[in-house]
Structures are given as structure tokens and as C-alpha cells.
Write a protein that binds this ligand. Structure first.
Ligand code: NAD
Length: 420
């Protein structure tokens, strides 16, 4: 019977491709192929009607050789240990590609928050934070937002964590979580950071490939934090948004969909479905959309053997983590579609999280201009490193991004050695 590889097996295959190309030391390959800590927690929470419900959650710490573990928290029914492992490993590669001194981790609770009230989500979040205890910490492992989590949830994590610390230590611990609301110690520019990073790279790709963005077209999958911010920031470049898909369905309008207007609509409704200034389309038609650029910004495994043949674009800019599976990758390479791979393309989020962490540690507050300027520099340098590695090793951009990441990690292991 054929075995459909799991998400983490895909990560290991991606790693091995790059490792083979640079003849990575087998010992270092062994280390990087494994996660460091895997925390699995079942915990009870009282529901609004007085019942107790049990929840299952994970935190996987993949690697911290470059700095403290760092990575988002996802609230979704599909969260499982394999998915969290993969997402944690991608964080390790991502911080290494961006060249920021952080490691890789990820966490999640297996549930659908749309089935729960705000106060239930608050209790679930607080109880999970309490259960994690000292497995997270400002100099050890720092969570952030991901799918279905947001600044409000980060504020509850902060408050719960601080409440469990001795009073004298609380002021020193604000950097236990990033993506906080600005008033609670968050950073300017964090909310839009991932979308902003995606757009900085698309601009740079357009420059390198003599593509005039003004008048170009694109479509986006996922209209949450990453997708909606990317769309709003693309507008300033004069690029036309021609189709959008989210959990509720897909819509299209070749004349253009205004991202701000769509956002007002989705703020009131559950999603993009029913938006009056576009027509509903099915998933296949959505994937076939004729455009210059596709931004997947929803979940993993969207560009696959089934959907990759449908794509009709010049560039895929991966806002999401793992949107393309191994077969999808092979097909888009065959079609000559350019790719800004996830571990490069969506690094803007963790980069501004790093800025927030630094600001908290130093009791500083940077303005938006400073945040954006520093983010731009880090994203463009990462882009150039990946582009150069792709040329030097004659590989696709995903493999090149892995080469950049593992070369950096391997150097550190070589320098430090393995204890004892
Ligand atoms: P979000 O919860 O804000 O938005 C997720 C969006 O995806 C929603 O619009 C939802 O309707 C849509 N969606 C869910 N299932 C779908 C499906 N089956 N088909 C089409 N659309 C679907 O989450 P987000 O923070 O924007 O994260 C999106 C992706 O970006 C994830 O892969 C995440 O890991 C990645 N990412 C997020 C950040 C960040 O800073 N938030 C940083 C880096 C990477």
C-alpha cells in the first residue's frame, strides 16, 4: 500500500534535498532531523454552561542553537503532533534564513474556536498557558500568533504567565510572548508584519524580473492576518486583486476586488462568501485563476498533485507555512513558476516579533518607520542570500533557502561541538 507522507516527513525530505546538495555532515543532519522537546498536554476547562471539556494541546521545540525557541500558537481542529513538529522545524529554518538569533518552536490547541464563546476561549488560553508553565519563558520559548490566534490571545497569555511569576519578576517578563496589542507591550507594525514581508519580497522579485507591478494581477488564498494584510499592502503598488478564497468559499472579479472594502465585509460576516462585488467560484476555478502572482496565505498542502497543474501564474509567494507539498513543488518547477518559499517569504512575522522582543527587553518603543525600515533590510538581505545560493548551487529557491538555513546551523554546531 502506498504511504502518503506526513507533513513532518515532507520537511525531512526538503531538508535532505538541501543536505545532499551541500554534503552536510551526517551527524548534523541527524540532529536537525529531530525535534528537541515535544510537550503534549491534556487539560480541563469549564464551559459557559458549567460542563468540563478536555482539550489536547502541543508545544514542540525543534531547535534552539541560534537562540531561544520561537514560534506561533495555532487554534485549529487539524492541529496534531505531526503538524506542530513540521511547523516548529520550519521556524528553525526561517529564523536561520532571516539571520535573527532565535530558534524554532510551534504550538497549538486542537479545537475550532468558532464553536466557543469569547470567555471560553479566554479560559482555554489561560489554562493552556498555566499548563505549559516554565516550558515557555521570555529567554526560553516565546509564543506568537498563528492561525486563529491574535493579539488579544497573546495578551491573555502574557497576563496568565505574569500572574504565575513572583511580583518582583513580572516587569522583566513582558517578552514571554510577541504579537501583543501595542498597549500591552506589542510592537508597531507586528500585526501587518508577515503580509508586509511578503509584499517587500514581491516588490523585489518584480524588480529582478522586470515585472511592472502596476497593472499586474494576483489572487490570494486566506484572508486572515497574512492574506488580508498582504492584499491591502499590494494595493499601494497598483496590483489588481482578482480572486480570494477563504474557509467560506472563493470569489472572483477580473475587474478587481478592493481589499479594504472586502475586509469591511469580512469583519461583519464570517468570510468572503457572499461579497456582493464579486462572483462566487469553486475551488478548481479559483486555482485556475489567470494572474501574475498567487499568494497562498491559509493552510498547508494546498498546492498538490491535484491543484498545481491548474496554476496559471508567474510567481507563488508563500505567505502560509507549507502550502506546497512535494509533488506540488515538482509540478510548479516543471511549469517554470517562480517561488518565494515559505521559510523566506513569510519571515516578516517572526522578524517583527524579534523586534518586539528586543524592545521589551530594552524598555524601548520603536516607531513604525523604524520597524518597517529594519524589516525591509532583513527581508531583502534574506532574499539576496537565497537568490545567491540558488545560483551557486543551481537549485530551486526552496532548496536554496534550506541551504542558507542549514549552512548557518551547521556552522554553529561545528564551532560549539556536541556536549559532553
Ligand atoms: P488567520 O487565522 O488570521 O487566517 C487564516 C485564513 O485562512 C482565514 O481567512 C481562513 O478562512 C482561511 N482558511 C482556513 N482554511 C481554509 C481553507 N481550507 N481554504 C481556504 N482558506 C482557508 O491565520 P494567519 O495568521 O493569517 O495564518 C495564515 C498562514 O500564514 C498560516 O499558514 C500561518 O502559519 C502562516 N503564517 C502566519 C504568520 C503570522 O504572523 N500570523 C506568520 C508566518 C506565517
Amino acid at each position: 500500500m502506498s504511504h502518503k507522507s506526513t507533513l513532518y516527513e515532507n520537511v525531512v525530505t526538503q531538508l535532505n534535498r538541501a543536505a545532499d546538495r551541500i554534503d552536510l555532515d551526517p551527524d548534523i543532519r541527524k540532529i536537525l532531523t529531530n525535534t528537541t522537546n515535544e510537550i503534549s498536554i491534556n487539560f480541563p476547562v469549564r464551559m459557559d454552561d458549567g460542563r468540563i471539556e478536555m482539550f489536547t494541546a502541543y508545544r514542540v521545540q525543534h531547535n534552539n542553537v541560534l537562540g531561544p525557541y520561537k514560534g506561533g500558537l495555532r487554534y485549529h481542529p487539524s492541529v496534531d503532533i505531526d503538524e506542530v513538529r513540521a511547523l516548529a522545524a520550519w521556524m528553525t529554518w526561517k529564523t536561520a534564513v532571516a539571520n535573527i538569533p532565535l530558534g524554532g518552536a510551534k504550538g497549538g490547541i486542537q479545537f475550532d474556536p468558532s464553536d466557543y464563546s469569547r470567555s471560553e476561549i479566554e479560559r482555554i488560553t489561560r489554562r493552556f498557558t498555566y499548563a505549559l508553565g516554565s516550558n515557555i519563558g521570555p529567554e526560553y520559548d516565546i509564543p506568537a500568533p498563528d492561525v486563529n490566534t491574535n493579539p488579544q490571545i497573546m495578551a491573555w497569555i502574557l497576563d496568565t504567565f505574569l500572574s504565575t511569576m513572583p511580583p518582583q519578576e513580572r516587569q522583566r517578563c513582558f517578552h514571554v510572548v510577541t504579537g501583543k496589542p501595542i498597549e500591552s507591550g506589542g510592537s508597531e507594525g507586528r500585526n501587518k508584519a508577515t503580509g508586509q514581508g511578503v509584499v517587500f519580497l514581491i516588490e523585489r522579485w518584480a524588480q529582478d524580473n522586470a515585472v511592472d507591478l502596476n497593472g499586474a494581477t494576483y489572487f490570494v488564498q486566506g484572508f486572515g492576518n497574512v492574506g488580508s494584510w498582504a492584499a491591502r499592502l499590494m494595493k499601494a503598488n497598483g496590483v489588481t486583486l482578482v480572486a480570494v478564497e477563504d474557509q467560506t468559499g472563493a470569489i472572483s472579479n477580473p475587474e478587481g476586488i478592493d481589499p479594504e472594502e472586502l475586509l469591511k465585509f469580512t469583519d461583519d460576516q464570517e468570510g468572503v462568501s457572499g461579497y456582493p462585488n464579486a462572483k462566487p467560484i469553486d475551488h478548481q476555478t479559483f486555482m485556475k485563476t489567470e494572474a501574475d502572482i498567487f499568494i497562498p496565505a491559509a493552510l498547508e498542502n494546498q498546492i498538490t498533485a491535484d491543484t498545481a497543474p491548474l496554476l496559471n501564474v508567474r510567481l507563488i509567494a508563500e505567505g502560509a507555512n507549507g502550502p506546497t507539498d512535494l509533488e506540488g513543488d515538482r509540478i510548479i518547477q516543471g511549469k517554470g513558476i517562480n517561488l518565494l518559499p515559505d521559510i523566506l517569504c513569510n519571515a516578516g512575522g517572526v522578524t517583527v516579533s524579534y523586534f518586539e522582543w528586543l524592545q521589551n527587553k530594552r524598555s524601548e518603543f520603536w516607531d513604525l518607520e523604524e520597524v518597517d525600515r529594519k524589516l525591509h533590510r532583513i527581508m531583502i538581505r534574506a532574499y539576496e542570500r537565497v537568490r545567491d545560493a540558488a545560483q551557486e548551487h543551481d537549485v530551486d529557491w526552496r532548496t536554496a533557502a534550506y541551504i542558507v538555513a542549514i549552512t548557518r546551523l551547521a556552522k554553529v554546531y561545528k564551532e560549539r561541538g556536541i556536549f559532553p
